[in-house]
Write a protein that binds this ligand. Structure first.
Ligand SMILES: [Zn+2]
Length: 287
């Protein structure tokens, strides 16, 4: 996997840097009164590297705001490297941040995971554990606006999906939008233990109202995509929900449902276990 280093401009004064660890994207939106960083990578150390990459642009950039697209560590643990910036996120990120950070640290302690597959080293995993996490300073329910003097950056929540706190970050004077892990390019969308598979496609559908033929969409992981890609992935996620609903209504057990292939499913079944479990639980009203 070859990942270009440093920030690349994808729209007027909207830049994206891709990092090999977890193949994660970091955004940078420049304005007259400062800059916004979108997501901060997986540790204090990696956040500091982002600071270095911003300095390497050779412009006089002051990061006044950080936005977290959702709660997961690979997007938030670098927050602490941006001490003088205000960190923005959805209310649900504020509510779950500490517990989620403790959960992921416990998981790393128990099993450092498959580093090479996700592009990280033992030192990267150790840095995750060593990070003194910093959650959002400023949270919102439906939407928020960051004023950079000559332009604004809008933050929008449209419902649950990859987590219960995913937001879209839009720069309305451009065609650029960040969708966090509501969209993934380098791997199938991640259905983890905190996903909402039955809601996800509708949430994406709301954000799609802002997209057009010229849109540049920055996913949480992988290369930038266009509106057609988002629609394709939305329909694949809708198909996952449809299969979950159908099997739940048919009275299948969870174990049988998650073991049965279906040509409508675009993703490997072993990545959908949590989706089926969460979807079945949602029907039973237990989540
Ligand atoms: Zn995520």
């Amino acid at each position: 996997m070859v990942v270009p280093s440093g920030f690349v401009e994808v729209a007027d004064r909207v830049l994206v840097a891709r990092y090999p660890q977890w193949n994660v994207n970091v955004g940078l939106v420049l304005g007259r009164d400062g800059a916004v960083v979108v997501d901060t990578r997986a540790s204090d150390r990696q956040g500091s590297e982002v600071q270095g990459d911003i300095r390497a642009l050779g412009r006089d950039i002051v990061v006044r705001h950080v936005v977290n697209t959702h709660v997961h560590f690979d997007h938030t643990f670098g927050n602490s490297a941006f001490a003088s910036a205000t960190v923005h996120a959805h209310d649900n990120v504020g509510r779950t941040f500490v517990a989620d950070a403790e959960r992921i640290k416990a998981e790393f302690r128990a099993d450092p995971g498959d580093g090479p597959e996700y592009g990280y080293t033992e030192a990267d995993a150790a840095a995750v554990l060593a990070t003194v996490v910093r959650g959002p300073d400023c949270t919102f329910g439906k939407g928020a606006t960051i004023d950079l003097g000559d332009r604004v950056v809008t933050l929008a929540y449209a419902g649950r999906g990859h987590t219960d706190g995913d937001i879209a970050v839009h720069v309305p004077d451009t065609d650029a939008m960040f969708l966090g892990d509501l969209i993934e390019e380098s791997a199938p969308p991640s259905f983890g233990g905190d996903c909402w598979p039955l809601d996800w496609a509708d949430t994406l559908g709301s954000h799609q109202n802002w997209l057009g033929p010229a849109s540049v969409v920055v996913p949480g992981h992988g290369r930038c995509v266009d509106a057609a890609f988002v629609e394709r992935q939305r329909s694949e996620i809708a198909a996952v929900a449809a299969v979950i609903r159908e099997r739940r209504i048919a009275g299948q057990s969870w174990a049988a449902a998650v073991a049965e292939p279906d040509e409508r499913l675009a993703y490997p079944l072993d990545g959908l276990e949590a989706a089926f479990r969460r979807g079945f639980d949602q029907y039973l009203g237990s989540v």
